[in-house]
Design a binder for this molecule. Structure first.
Ligand code: NAP
Ligand code: ZN
Ligand code: ZN
Length: 349
């Protein structure tokens, strides 16, 4: 077994604290990765605090992992020692069901192995995430990182990146469309960069007026302050597509009313409470409401390559792991520009 240092929450009520544990020796198809950086996703907070139910403890969060290959099993052909690699929200899946065969492993019929707060495919060994110095992952779930990008700013692409890229691609967002990104946090700011790069007329919908200048810098053509009812009314019935990344309960009808005939709103944000839907918000203009969960391994690699080509990374604030509990509090207050990334060197301080 390999000794690993990390940070864990022992219960849903306790802060994260130093935690030592073990990972398996790399098997024939496994890769041992020295973790350099790990992004801090709002899903980490939801799960550490058991806001969605079913969390298991101790929990080592973290699913925006980048680092270097330290060791490979004898059947590993895709990577060699020293390569830059990433791991997102998935570390395995059944590989035999329809979603797995279609490269949509995140929708695996028998539940994929989540990078943390999950179990391996033996259905009993708990998984521990990237707030740690090493991880061992099957080569099929390891991503190749473009070498022209700043590594620390690549980490958030592994969740925030793919979660926003995937619906924009799957709903064929293109030039000439008016696309709204709702919520300018970790996911939202990536959504803006992607929608802009895909040529859409990109609008940021935010409840934080102080983020206006940033929204424009990130690539938005317009900003809509969601608290401003007049502004919302002015844009009613004009959007082709909306992507909601809001992490807290909100009035979804206020956003649906912005869609034009046959427009689509996709939800990726997961508030801890149910959203209340007025039927007329959909019926009035034959609107559609959908959800989307991260993205499969193939599309994650496509997204990373797209970022390499278009020079896209996240806007980040690097923190030592000792500041993680403070970072959670700031993220909950929408006080993050726009993703915290843990420098794993701090684990040995
Ligand atoms: P984040 O950085 O905290 O961003 C969330 C944003 O939502 C905030 O920056 C804020 O944007 C907006 N917001 C927060 N509270 C609000 C409120 N009360 N009313 C209106 N807007 C509010 O979080 P994140 O990491 O981007 O994650 C966002 C959500 O997506 C979380 O629920 C997370 O669990 C979920 N998620 C889902 C997937 C998936 O596969 N579906 C993957 C990753 C994360 P403004 O300040 O601009 O208004
Ligand atoms: Zn995430
Ligand atoms: Zn499957």
């Amino acid at each position: 077994m390999i000794a690993v240092k990390g940070y864990a929450a022992k219960t849903a009520k306790s802060p994260l604290e130093p935690f030592s544990f073990e990972r398996r020796e790399p098997k024939d198809n496994d890769i041992l990765i020295d973790i350099a950086f790990c992004g801090v996703c709002h899903s980490d907070v939801h799960q550490v605090r058991d806001e969605w139910g079913g969390s298991t403890f101790p929990m080592v969060p973290g699913h925006e992992i980048v680092g270097h290959v330290a060791k490979v099993g004898k059947n590993v052909t895709k990577y060699k020692v020293g390569d830059l690699v990433g791991v997102g929200c998935l570390v395995d899946s059944c590989r035999t069901c329809h979603p797995c065969k279609d490269s949509e492993e995140q929708y695996c019929d028998t539940v994929p192995s989540w990078t943390y707060n999950g179990v391996e495919q033996d259905k009993k060994t708990p998984t521990f995430g990237g707030y740690s110095d090493k991880i061992v992952v099957h080569q099929d779930f390891v991503l190749k990182i473009p070498t022209n990008l700043e590594l620390s700013a690549v980490a958030p692409l592994l969740c925030a990146g793919i979660t926003t890229y995937s619906p924009l691609r799957n709903w064929h967002v293109k030039p000439g469309q008016k696309v709204g990104i709702v919520g300018l946090g970790g996911l939202g700011h990536m959504g803006v960069k992607f929608a802009h790069a895909m040529g859409a007329h990109t609008v940021v919908l935010t409840h934080s007026p102080q983020k206006q200048a940033d929204a424009l810098r990130l690539g938005a053509n317009e900003i809509l302050i969601s608290k401003n009812a007049d502004d919302m009314q002015k844009h009613a019935g004009t959007f082709d597509f909306l992507l909601s990344t809001i992490s807290a309960p909100y009035d979804i009808n206020a956003y649906l009313n912005l869609l034009k005939l046959d427009g689509t709103m996709v939800i990726v944000g997961v508030p801890e409470k149910a959203l209340e839907l007025q039927a007329f918000s959909l019926i009035g203009k034959r609107r559609r409401l959908a959800g989307s969960l991260i993205g499969g391994i193939e599309q994650t690699q496509e997204m990373l390559n797209f970022c390499g080509q278009h020079n896209i990374t996240a806007d980040i604030e690097i923190i030592p792991i000792q500041k993680i509990n403070e970072a959670y509090e700031r993220m909950i207050k929408s006080d993050v520009r726009y993703r915290f990334v843990i420098d794993m060197k701090s684990l040995s301080l």
